[in-house]
Design a protein around this ligand. Structure first.
Ligand SMILES: Cc1cc2nc3c(=O)[nH]c(=O)nc-3n(C[C@H](O)[C@H](O)[C@H](O)COP(=O)(O)OP(=O)(O)OC[C@H]3O[C@@H](n4cnc5c(N)ncnc54)[C@H](O)[C@@H]3O)c2cc1C
Length: 435
């Protein structure tokens, strides 16, 4: 099947690429695969032409930090790893980074900083790549104020499944020139093209941050506070954790949260001290246990605490649910989803980006979970949609939520299938994702 591929590029076997960061219980199983590590669009083009002519499935792996099984080669085929595509240059005057797709979030942020600029979005995994973040339209804790990946991609170089190299967008901030194919590629999870390069918008640096930690006795008070605070200012981040998430965070990070009491805990980050002070005053009206204004050391500790939460949960959970709910409906969603979980005897641990409604609910593994979990999950995602939400806010559909996507949005799904056929008539690129 792979005969002749060696003549185009070196072929590797890398067993660890059979996995990404998706929890084991729901992670897809990898089939036999070989790995190639192209260095530029031309090499990607040759690989895709080779595969397309022979109808060989091709998969794409960036940092492998995805949580929807997207980087796992689920059919016998070729896995393109973008790890050697690490070139990055900064155009200071135009405030953009021109990156190859394998540049990591950490490399992008640090390089921007060296040039006196910043890349504000902060998806949680530093080794996620520019290609992977664009393909999943990644978000993160700062999406509330700074938006998601889509808001930073001005241009793309990509390779179509037939090997054609295309360039979309450029360095301009505005573009109303026909259909935005650029935005079609963003969030397409590698099903339409391999992104090889991107022009990423940068902003002036974020100078100081101020942080609050606020434990509340009831979830209701915490949610009412969040709504009131949002009428006055837009924090950089407004994060929520339930009691169990706090316990796990303390265990895995070795750092102490500000209080052991309380059902609901808020962490809020601001660009300006006066914003933090205003929000601290607002919080006092909603019966907090206390309002903590954090010192720089406490800020570092609690950011580490928050950053390690997933590590503490990874082996205990079935998966990470990733719904996004309109802020005004979050209270109803949380209450009804807890009731639903109780009916199924499921324990949910919830934390997430409260400010933008993107909640990460983690159902804990239980005996014989395979028998009832699927039904629970369907009902839960249905509830999210009924309340005006979506089934994935930032992790993507991948291989995990295809059925729910098809059932929830039949018309959109049909159009997506037709678009897929135009880009990839032989269905070789990232099969089993989205569709
Ligand atoms: C601890 C932790 C915290 C996280 N926090 C966040 C968060 O806050 N916000 C968030 O949005 N996500 C978060 N994630 C999920 C993950 O980091 C993102 O989905 C990220 O965008 C994936 O990037 P990656 O390079 O690792 O992609 P991969 O996992 O390698 O791939 C993801 C998908 O993108 C496709 N792909 C990769 N590169 C390309 C390319 N060059 N061209 C076309 N398709 C490509 C893959 O085929 C796959 O379908 C977190 C994950 C972890 C482990």
């Amino acid at each position: 099947m792979f005969e002749g591929l060696e003549e185009i590029c070196k072929v590797y076997r890398v067993d660890s690429y059979a996995f990404d960061e998706t929890p084991k219980a729901v992670a897809p199983k990898a089939e036999e695969f070989v790995v190639v590590k192209p260095e530029n669009a031309l090499e990607v083009s040759k690989i895709l032409k080779f595969a397309n002519e022979r109808r060989i499935p091709v998969f794409i792996r960036g940092g492998g930090t995805g949580l929807s099984g997207g980087a796992v080669p689920t059919r016998k085929g070729i896995l393109i790893s973008t790890e050697k595509m690490r070139g990055i240059e900064i155009d200071v005057e135009n405030k953009v980074a021109i990156c190859q797709c394998g540049v990591t979030l950490e490399e992008l942020s640090k390089t921007a900083e060296k040039h006196g600029l910043s890349f504000p979005p902060r998806p949680g995994a530093e080794n996620a790549t520019v290609g992977g973040m664009i393909a999943t339209n990644a978000g993160g804790v700062r999406a509330l104020k700074f938006g998601v990946m889509r808001n930073y991609v001005l241009g793309i170089e990509a390779v179509l499944p037939n090997g054609e190299i295309i360039k979309l967008g450029g360095k301009t901030l505005k573009n109303s020139s026909g259909y935005s194919l650029l935005h079609l590629i963003i969030g397409s999870e590698g099903t339409l093209a391999v992104i090889t390069k991107a022009i990423i918008r940068l902003l002036p640096p974020i100078k100081d941050i101020s942080m609050l930690a606020i434990p509340f006795i009831t979830t209701e008070d915490a949610l009412n506070f969040a709504i009131e605070a949002s009428l006055h200012t837009v924090p950089m981040a407004l994060e929520f954790m339930d009691k169990r998430a706090v316990e796990i965070g303390e265990k895995v990070s070795g750092k102490k949260w500000v209080s052991k009491e309380g059902e609901a805990h808020i962490m809020a980050i601001f660009e300006r001290k006066d914003e933090a002070e205003e929000v601290a005053e607002i919080a006092l009206k909603f019966n907090p246990i206390d309002v903590f204004i954090l010192s720089p050391k406490e800020q570092r500790d609690l950011l580490e605490f928050r950053g390690k939460l997933y590590l503490g949960l990874k082996d205990k959970v079935i998966e990470i649910l990733d719904v996004c709910i309109p802020p005004g409906e979050i209270a109803e969603y949380l209450q009804k989803s807890e009731e639903l979980a109780k009916n199924y005897g499921i324990e949910l641990i919830t934390y997430g980006h409260l400010g933008d409604g993107n909640l990460h609910q983690h159902p804990l593994l239980y005996e014989d979970w395979e028998k009832s979990y699927k039904k629970f999950r369907k009902e839960l995602l249905k509830l999210a949609i009924e309340l005006g939400g979506v089934i994935s806010g930032e992790h993507g559909i991948g291989v995990l939520k295809r059925e729910e996507l098809r059932e929830s949005y039949p018309e959109q799904f049909r159009l997506m299938q037709e678009i897929k056929k135009i880009f990839d008539p032989n269905g070789i690129l990232n099969p089993d994702r989205i569709f």
